[in-house]
Design a protein around this ligand. Structure first.
Ligand code: GTP
Ligand code: MG
Length: 198
């Protein structure tokens, strides 16, 4: 799929302030610093579209970007930011759960995971919640440029085995890099296919 236009639409503090539900959208979530904003920039080919934060976990806003005037990419605030207070974490959870459960036009959630690290409880718990809530999601590994091919294979296998401890079937998985654009076509093809059924 070709991306002709990509423009920032709105930052919303709450799902009720998000754009109308008339276009399909795809949201990106994962730990703070995992590469959500970078991936959106890589997919759109616009280096500065989504802000790459040097101070993670600062703002808790839902950012909508309109693509080709037809669908949205949504940059969500990250989780697992150590310096966040308990109150802020609870606020994050409430806002994110509300967003995920109240956007019928959000067709696929891309859950980003750093390919370099061991499976983390915080991600596995979130995956568990997505499964129980029947939310279609794709596990999207990031920063693959930081590893050699055989390390990627090893870590992928480890992650899959971990998931298979509690899941009968694996969710879709893609491996990406915002530096090399690995996974770009795969993600955009998936979006293109999904757009057709909206
Ligand atoms: P928050 O918005 O704070 O939750 O972070 P984020 O998930 O949006 O991460 P962001 O895109 O801001 O990237 C965090 C850091 O990781 C930045 O320094 C990026 O340059 C770097 N980064 C992101 N993706 C990649 C990647 O695929 N490869 C490499 N080498 N670095 C990456
Ligand atoms: Mg970000």
């Amino acid at each position: 799929m070709k991306i002709n236009y990509a423009n920032f639409v709105i930052s919303s503090p709450d799902v009720s302030k998000c754009p109308a539900l008339d276009k399909p959208e795809y949201a990106f979530i994962g730990r703070s610093n995992v590469g959500k904003s970078s991936l959106i920039n890589m997919l759109t080919g616009r280096k500065k579209l989504a802000k790459i934060s040097s101070t993670p976990g600062k703002t808790m806003l839902i950012n909508h970007f309109k693509i080709n005037d037809q669908w949205y990419l949504v940059d969500l605030p990250g989780y697992g930011f150590a310096k966040r207070s308990k109150t802020e974490r609870a606020k994050w959870q409430k806002m994110i759960h509300k967003y995920i459960l109240n956007r019928p036009n959000m067709l696929t959630l891309f859950l980003l995971v750093d390919i370099r690290i061991e499976p983390q409880k915080i991600d596995l718990d979130f995956i568990e919640w997505l499964g129980m809530s029947n939310i279609p999601f794709v596990i999207t590994f990031t920063k693959s440029d930081k590893l050699k091919l055989n390390q990627i294979e090893t870590n992928l296998k480890k992650y899959k085995n971990k998931l298979l401890e509690s899941w009968e079937e694996l969710p879709p998985i893609v491996v990406t890099s915002s530096s090399t654009s690995l996974g770009r076509d795969e993600v955009l093809n998936l979006i293109e296919k999904t757009n057709k059924v909206f």
